[in-house]
Design a protein around this ligand. Structure first.
Ligand SMILES: [Zn+2]
Length: 218
């Protein structure tokens, strides 16, 4: 995909996140690996006001191309691309159900088999650190180990994927799973699938041949 097409795809994703109610004002951001760096949303702007040429290119060497300032959360986007060569897109939101669980500072356990969409048998919650800091970035990379998503304590959620579509799908599913988990917790203590049961789910997702994200899982 060339740069102009990628910028359009990113804007469409921003609009979709907004339309699905996963964003709050200008709080979300997303990026895509591009040309020894990444294209990332600018800081302090809502989805509806960002145009394709407002996206900022940020090089891994610190160079910047664009007339606006990049999202204040660019640190963890950059850290994930550096640490995880297989990831090409990162999405960050303050989606309400994921954020509610993050504010309880609890991880999302395997209360439902679709938790495997994030790559394992839980979605970890990274410890609280101030937004826009290297300290938060370090915790995000740790919490995302062998995963495509994590919660950020008292903050929100991050998802990632080999493609932007994959990262989006994980974010949408994560918020919905958090909603179900919180609803279950309000009544009682949901059963948790054990490691063997989750390994079976992950193997079955892989068996579909398009990775866990492509699976609807019945
Ligand atoms: Zn945030």
């Amino acid at each position: 995909m060339d740069e102009a097409a990628l910028r359009e795809v990113m804007i469409a994703a921003l609009v979709e996140i907004d339309a699905r109610g996963l964003n709050r004002g200008s709080s979300g951001n997303l990026s895509h690996r591009f040309d020894e760096g990444m294209l990332i949303t600018p800081t302090g702007m809502g989805a509806g006001e960002i145009a394709a040429d407002d996206l900022v290119w940020l090089g891994f060497d610190g160079s910047v191309r664009g007339r606006l300032k990049p999202s204040s959360e660019w640190h963890f986007h950059a850290a994930l691309y550096r640490a995880r060569p297989e990831l090409n897109a990162v999405v960050h939101t303050h989606a309400s159900h994921a954020t509610a669980l993050a504010c309880l500072r609890r991880e999302l356990p395997a209360f439902h088999y679709m938790v495997a969409i994030a790559g394992g048998d839980n979605v970890r919650c990274a410890p609280y650190r101030l937004f826009g800091t290297q300290a938060l970035s370090d915790e995000v990379v740790r919490a995302m180990h062998e995963r495509r998503a994590c919660l950020l304590a008292t903050h929100g959620a991050v998802s990632a994927g080999a493609t932007l579509r994959e990262a989006m799908k994980v974010m949408i599913e994560l918020d919905s799973l958090c909603q179900s988990y919180l609803a279950a917790l309000a009544v009682g203590e949901p059963a948790i699938l054990d490691a063997a049961e989750m390994a079976e789910v992950i193997a079955k997702f892989r068996g579909y041949g398009q990775g866990p994200v492509a699976a609807d899982g019945g």
